[in-house]
Write a protein that binds this ligand. Structure first.
Ligand SMILES: O=C1O[C@H](COP(=O)(O)O)[C@@H](O)[C@H](O)[C@H]1O
Length: 223
């Protein structure tokens, strides 16, 4: 496992923003466009705060989420809301936002259209993932209804997901799309998640979905 430990959160978030900016810059040097895929939840906000100020050809960058909670964009649990408030501002406002949400009642109704919108951004140039203490990453939750399909090598780009640990329906990129990223990172904080990560290393992805990407990812951790 490629594990990087940092002295504190501030340092980790700034370092990670620099790493991501460097990798995006490299992708833009070798191609017309680059794509950046990021998590929602409580962890990545400070990375977004640093990243949105970086000088980059943001108008050639597609930005999308790993996963979304099926709630309106102005809902406090919306990952899109976090993205709009903290990443797609300042210099990064020039990036192209690729949605993982549409205002239909269920994710199933929008799945096809959203997947078609994502396809041109693949393979992802840079993918940053989070992880929950239950070892979920993106919305690949242990016990989720379509987990097996989402972990399979021929999974679709995008799947709806319902799980006992998730209060609302979800939509998530599949494991193969995440694993195919040119640069793959996982950011985690705190002792509980570090313990969960260690545990995941000896479990199967059906029990610890984050295990499906560990061999490809650089892990970034701090207390
Ligand atoms: O629900 C989610 O959880 C994970 C982890 O979130 P955190 O609050 O523990 O950092 C996140 O990576 C994912 O994108 C989000 O939808």
């Amino acid at each position: 496992m490629n594990f990087n430990e940092y002295p504190d959160r501030e340092m980790m978030m700034i370092d990670l923003a620099n790493i991501i900016a460097g990798e995006l810059g490299e992708s833009l040097r070798t191609g017309d466009r680059a794509s950046l895929c990021v998590p929602g939840g409580t962890t990545p906000g400070p990375i977004f705060d640093a990243l949105n100020e970086v000088a980059l050809d943001w108008d050639r960058v597609d930005v999308l989420l790993n996963d979304e909670r099926w709630v309106p964009e102005d809902h406090e649990r919306s990952n899109t809301r976090l993205l709009r408030q903290r990443l797609l501002i300042n210099k990064a406002a020039a990036a192209k936002y690729v949605p993982l949400y549409a205002p239909t009642e269920t994710p199933e109704e929008s799945m096809e259209a959203l997947a078609a919108g994502i396809e041109p951004s693949l393979p992802l140039s840079v993918c940053l993932l989070g992880m929950g203490a239950d070892m979920h990453t993106a919305s690949l939750f242990p016990g989720a209804d379509r987990l097996e399909e989402a972990l399979s090598p021929d999974a679709p780009i995008l799947l709806p997901m319902r799980a006992p640990g998730a209060p609302e329906p979800r939509i998530t990129l599949s494991a193969r799309v995440l694993k195919d990223s040119t640069n793959l990172h996982i950011v985690i904080t705190g002792a509980e998640k570090r313990e969960a990560l260690e545990k995941a290393r000896s479990l199967e992805p059906m029990d610890a979905p984050v295990a499906s990407v560990l061999d490809r990812a650089q892990i970034h951790w701090t207390e």
